[in-house]
Write a protein that binds this ligand. Sequence first.
Ligand code: 5GP
Length: 114
Amino acid sequence: MSDTIFSKIVRREIPADIVYEDDEVLGFRDLNPQAPVHVLFIPKQSLATLNDATPEQATLLGNLLLAAANYAKQEGFAEQGYRTVINCNEDGGQTVFHIHVHLLAGRRLHWPPG
Ligand code: 5GP
């Protein structure tokens, strides 16, 4: 698949404010935050969109969500609440084609998002 800005962040070729890391997941602050907390959780391996995920990557997908939840607990806002979002392709609003879970928190989030 094609290289993206997020692959460059994984390889430390461009800077990012990294707040979470394990063997397969990286979490870093969004450059253009939409809430007081806006962190992106990405797999270190390349995977463009949710459409491209295979059954073998089910655990990886789950681990992205668990990383977000564990970060929320660690930072103390899990009980107050937060939102996780995966945008897919054009109508979903995806702009970076390296799958990522948005974690948004720190303010009241409205639904539906529009
Ligand atoms: P998408 O629209 O694909 O779901 O989300 C992409 C997100 O990546 C956007 O919220 C955007 O602000 C963020 N973003 C784009 N380029 C960079 C970057 O170079 N560094 C960081 N930290 N975030 C980025």
